[in-house]
Design a protein around this ligand. Sequence first.
Ligand code: PA5
Length: 374
Amino acid sequence: MIKFSEKVSLNQVRLDQILSEIKNDPMGGWYDLPENYDHEELEQIKAAARAINQNSEYLVCIGIGGSYLGHRALIEALAPTSPTKIIYAGNSLSARELQKSLDEIKDADFSINVISKSGTTIEPAIAFKAFKEKLIAKYGEAEASQRIYATTDANKGTLHDEAVAQDYTRFVVPDNIGGRYSVLTAVGLLPLAVAGVDVDELLKGALDFKNHPEPAYQYAFKRDELRRQAYDTEILATFEPSTASFNEWWKQLFGESEGKDGHGIFPASVVYSTDLHSLGQFLQDGRRNLFETILNFPTDDTNAKIVQAVEIAHKAGKIPVLNISPDEYSTKAFGELIYFFELACAISAKLDGVNPFDQPGVETYKAELKKLML
Ligand code: PA5
């Protein structure tokens, strides 16, 4: 299980009220997901993953934000083995990046998992068009359709409509779960299963944490306490380079959930020891508006010593240092961590008085981009 370093006195009445709001929120579907997921769909996901493993050297996962950060983080952290390599596209508008990923596949067999809840996001739409053309050129229209897996809304959106018309295999992003809370739905589970991650174990970890959620409450209330003391930036620190992308998932979760209406703690991250030799200077000695949260996996002796050294040094540098310690580095532990952070994030946002489940600010750039592209 996960241990959290601080003992904070919880306002139980406020906590109960927030938990009830989360459970009843139209976007609170992730809360019960670990015990309430669609078992039939999970079997279909596993079957699709087996088919992809049999016929594809590559699976191109096309999506942005919550539609890719979570599964990418877990695949990189867990480094499972699989006959199919996962590559990512549609998370920028860089023509160079797109060409690089098209070139990487060369003539190899591949399939596509296009993931977009709205089905209208421009970055994945452009990458999907390019990869679909490559797929059709290689296999012809009929087989190409069988190699496209669309994860999108159950009933609406451009991608949904195309998937129905072209008979792609479809998986659903549930109505009541937003992108950044969706890694334990088909959004994450299909790429994870293809990559060889034991998705049952992941869901089990999430359920275990849901049944013992106290550390998430402690973390949320501690963040609230620090925010009130004018600490406006949180640095998530990992000592495991393979969890660098997990930091990215965490940043999106907290950044989009809390940063609105002039509120929020700015989420930043570091990978140690690498960043001790770059941002380490600022952390030790720079402006004191930061607190640091160490993601402290069990580790070998030398790495454990550096965790200790950093904690002592940064506390001496007057940075509040929090410590989140999973008891193992495993699929199950990452399932626990996903749920830990989702729950803590939703509670934190509510303690700060903002809606954890919308992202009105993201729409502003989309509207500007659409105007420029018309
Ligand atoms: O967390 C979110 O809701 C967002 O980051 C979305 O995941 C992101 O904007 C992509 O949206 P969509 O899945 O609709 O393409």
